[in-house]
Design a protein around this ligand. Structure first.
Ligand SMILES: NC(=O)c1ccc[n+]([C@@H]2O[C@H](COP(=O)([O-])OP(=O)(O)OC[C@H]3O[C@@H](n4cnc5c(N)ncnc54)[C@H](OP(=O)(O)O)[C@@H]3O)[C@@H](O)[C@H]2O)c1
Length: 280
């Protein structure tokens, strides 16, 4: 993948996507959240100052996410909303899916529209996404689960360079080289499962707890801050109202270079999820 728009820029709390769209670095993920509980958590995340909400069509919770956004009372233009398309067979069906997602989310546009995986029909789906970008139904477009090789091939064949790539990344799978290459090509890396999905012990890791303590932060906050210092936006998910605030307060401290080096030693370089191994 060749540098196209130049090095990715950042503000204090956002990545500046290729067309100038600001993507908040601290987001909120919605996997496994459904119905009223999902709406309540999305609404609370926004009322507590969160501004970046992540969902895909795949989870079937876009209506609940949309309701949560409206319930929060936070103006739509202050919110960065991502959804992701699956492969439903060709350009026209993908255009229909975009309309369907917007209807379910109760909005005229999403801030970031992603292609969920490198599907066989990816070029047709992406053409529909490029059209959504042109007609204003998506502020920015990008991909998810594309590794460096897949992203390089894809970028050389599409008209609009993907502006973000959302991939598995956490302290156990740090993807330092991936982030560095994307940033130098002007593409924003976004980390999914930034706390390892809950089963890998990241929020109770003793090294992260020790480093966090020196900053008055938890191990989870330290894990998320590490990723943002590496240039990733993060979209942790929690069903615990207290942790929503905790996961949002990650940009008001800085890890020193020695602390970053110690955390780098946690890297195992492997996916925690069987289905995602092929995408690393
Ligand atoms: N693009 C893709 O293919 C893809 C794939 C997977 C995920 N995603 C996105 O990434 C988001 C995040 O990934 P994820 O949901 O797999 O997992 P995650 O955010 O890495 O971890 C969630 C787990 O961590 C716990 N947790 C959250 N905050 C915590 C804290 N401060 N202290 C201690 N524990 C904490 C949660 O438990 P509690 O609820 O009890 O707090 C939950 O068990 C998803 O929700 C989804 O939006 C995208």
């Amino acid at each position: 993948m060749e540098a196209d728009v130049g090095q990715l820029a950042y503000t204090e709390d956002c990545a500046v996507l290729g067309n100038g769209t600001l993507m908040p670095l601290a987001g909120f993920g919605t996997w496994e959240l459904r119905g009223g509980a999902c709406s309540d958590l999305v609404s609370l995340a926004l009322r507590l100052g969160g501004r970046h909400i992540d969902t895909p069509r795949m989870y079937g919770n876009e209506e609940a996410v949309g309701l949560g956004i409206r319930k929060s009372g936070v103006p739509r233009e202050k919110i960065f909303l991502t959804t992701k398309l699956m492969d439903s067979g060709g350009f026209r069906n993908s255009l229909r899916d975009i309309g369907d997602s917007l209807r379910k989310l109760g909005t005229d546009y999403v801030d970031l529209l992603l292609l969920h995986e490198p599907y066989g029909g990816k070029y047709e789906i992406y053409r529909a996404m490029e059209q959504a970008l042109e007609d204003g139904r998506a502020r920015a477009i990008g991909v998810s689960n594309f590794n460096l090789q897949a992203l390089g091939e894809f970028s050389s064949r599409v008209r609009v360079m993907p502006m973000a790539d959302q991939v598995e990344a956490h302290v156990l799978l740090q993807r330092e080289e991936f982030a560095r290459r994307l940033i130098s090509a002007g593409i924003a890396p976004v980390a999914w499962s930034p706390l390892g999905g809950g089963g890998a012990g990241i929020p109770s890791n003793p090294l992260l707890a020790e480093i966090g303590r020196a900053h008055g932060k938890s191990a989870a906050q330290t894990a998320l801050r590490f990723l943002t210092e590496e240039g990733f936006a993060v979209i942790p998910r929690t069903s615990d109202p207290g942790r929503i605030k905790e996961n949002h307060e990650i940009l008001d401290f800085t890890l020193g270079s020695e602390e970053m080096e110690r955390i780098r030693e946690l890297d195992c370089g492997r996916s925690l999820f069987g289905w995602a191994e092929a995408y690393v």
